[in-house]
Design a protein around this ligand. Sequence first.
Ligand SMILES: *Cc1c(COP(=O)(O)O)cnc(C)c1O
Length: 390
Amino acid sequence: MFSSPEEVFEKEKKYMMQTYKRPRMVLKEGKGATVKDSFGKEYIDCVGGIAVNAVGYCHPMVVNAIKEQAGKLMHISNLYYTEPQVELAEKLSGISGMDKVFFCNSGAESVEAALKLASKVTGKHKFIAAEGSFHGRTLGSLSVTFETKFRSVFEPLLLNGVEFVRYNDAEAIRKAMDDDTAAVILEPIQGETGIIIPSEGYLKEVREICTEEGVLLILDEIQTGFGRTGRWFCKEHEDVEPDIMTVAKAMGAGFPIGAMLAKEGIEFETSEHASTFGGNPLACATALAAIKVIEDEKLVERSRELGAYFMEKLHEDAIGSNPIVKEIRGKGLMIGIELTKPCGEMVEKALERNILINCTSDTVVRLVPPLVISKEQIDKVISVLYEILQ
Ligand SMILES: *Cc1c(COP(=O)(O)O)cnc(C)c1O
């Protein structure tokens, strides 16, 4: 259809809103933890579709599940029962320890649902979020997103009772609470802000404060979920149970699907919330296959082990002691390398050397590869990063 990558770039510019800045290459196919561009150049992918492609590209079980379900019933609306949806709800409940599920199509939508649900069950309308938070781009989810660069041109936003407090400071949350506080919303690790990992005990303390004050706790596990941090969900590291949890990204192995999960009794009633596409049979069959791959191939454990290996190698190979490197932090295969300067140049140089990495919050190189990445591929990534840093 296109005669050259240049034609793709030109038409993209002509016909699409310029919301994304991208490198000049066109990606065509992927397998495992690698992708190929239109010239057949192969890259090791440490971006993973932004922590989405956990089971790797074109996993046969996922591809087959899509083919099979697409040949049966793709969409029917939520006016009718379907089996994949109910099966997925049961499965999600089992792996997450949450009781009830509402299906939607993206991360931001699951946050919207969570905010609405918290308002409805508490009858209150204020939210507390953390400085540095990222919860999505729709007006509601943007209202609890901190960064000025995402918000400023749209202000005033929809929710006006949002207070931002310092991340990793549980007492600040207590101080921000008042009689109209519905919920606290937090990422267990801040992803978009540069893989910010709170101190041990923080989430537990927040949980206790919320329970004492009768305020709901919403954990946004959209980026950290489905094995990314070496547990099914990041909350397990600290044994913390939220009242509401949001998931999306890796849930459908690349097929768009999200869900809001909640504890018994924290629920919408008939007609209070809905989504036309939410939880359609194709999306749910795909997510069921993705979860089965994570189970069968023990990807949660793999994330934990390879994450530890990755971190150890980063330190061993003197990347951590390079003067440009400020800090390396991570949990499972969610790793950030904070530099003392913007990392755009490093991203470009890695691309030239067949490695995809990306930059969050200007100075942090984010590594969130497919959980199926191999040790050899990790070694390759590290040697390239080392070379660039030299
Ligand atoms: C990506 C992300 C979102 C938004 O998800 P979309 O699917 O892009 O709407 C929300 N919260 C967190 C923590 C995320 O990483």
